[in-house]
Design a protein around this ligand. Structure first.
Ligand code: AMP
Length: 283
């Protein structure tokens, strides 16, 4: 694996590969890698000629400074995992490489309703930060395929919208990979490392609450399903931000079944200081 810290060096390296006709797969991450991240690397390795992973804890997407300070950093382990996974290129920029000046942190993206609902509502500014960093990384890497996890369902929609807004949709396609879970169902997440032993035992309740919604979607009114799911979490000591059942495309919340439309159940809740999110597609 080749490691780059400077955007210009990475760009030169990738330009040469591209000239040789190599297709490039890109997996942007914030590090503290787990099997979920590595599944994205594996998907890219299968489908493209060269896989680039980036690790950058993006300050502009954290609306909570404590969350930023406490975000786990495990760079040495990450490098080892990526090497074992035979990732081709790792990009670990510092903040100056991504945000060279004030202006680069001020760009605004017209995301419309997408950033007013769910995560956008509870984490103001979060998706603008996501767009800033992904836009900059796309400029540098110019991949053919961008690999994202369904775990961050709304983020996938936001990034699809970013590609359209920036014209990258003409050269980059998105592949959304399934959410990898722990044996008890908890979605793998870098933030799970911050759960203490007691919290970790309770954490899978978020998956069970979503499963409850999926299993009973045709049996109970949606408002009742959401209430029951919230209660399931609160009983375990979660503080719920939202439990939502929405149209899977536009992410607009619905209180009635939408025939002919795919729907998704999404949840965000705190366990102690740690905020967890998860989602399930409702067939
Ligand atoms: P992060 O490091 O949390 O920014 O995540 C980097 C990428 O990995 C994003 O596209 C995430 O959606 C994806 N990802 C995170 N957790 C999982 C998981 N459990 N399964 C699959 N992909 C994931």
């Amino acid at each position: 694996m080749v490691l780059f810290k400077k955007a210009a060096d990475l760009r030169n390296y990738l330009d040469a590969k591209r000239k040789n006709g190599m297709s490039i797969g890109f997996v942007p991450t914030m590090g503290a890698l787990h099997a979920g991240h590595l599944s994205l690397i594996a998907a890219s390795k299968k489908e493209t000629g060269l896989t680039v992973c980036s690790i950058f804890i993006n300050p502009t997407q954290f609306n909570d400074p404590v969350d930023f300070q406490k975000y786990p950093v495990t760079t040495e382990e990450d490098i080892l995992s990526l090497t074992q996974q035979q990732c081709d290129v790792l990009f670990i920029p510092d903040a100056g490489e991504i945000y060279p000046d004030e202006m680069s942190m001020k760009q605004r993206y017209p995301l419309g309703r997408l950033e007013e609902v769910l995560e956008g509502k509870f984490r103001p500014g979060h998706f603008q930060g996501v767009c800033m960093v992904v836009h900059r990384l796309l400029d540098i890497v110019q991949p053919d395929i961008l690999y994202l996890g369904q775990k961050d369902y709304q983020q996938c929609k936001v990034i699809a919208s970013l590609l359209e807004l920036t014209g990258f949709d003409k050269s980059v396609s998105i592949k959304i990979c399934p959410t990898l879970r722990e044996p008890d169902g908890l979605a793998m997440s870098s933030r799970n490392r911050r759960l203490n032993e007691k919290e970790r035992k309770k954490a899978a309740a978020i998956f069970r609450a979503l499963q409850y919604i999926r299993e009973n979607i045709n049996r109970e009114p949606l408002s009742q399903l959401k209430e029951t799911a919230a209660r399931m979490l609160e009983e375990k000591g979660f503080r719920v931000d939202y439990i939502s059942i929405a149209d899977a495309a536009a992410l607009e919340e619905t209180d009635v079944l939408l025939p002919d439309k795919k729907m998704v159940a999404l949840a965000a809740a705190y366990l102690g200081q740690v905020r967890l999110i998860d989602n399930l597609i409702l067939e």
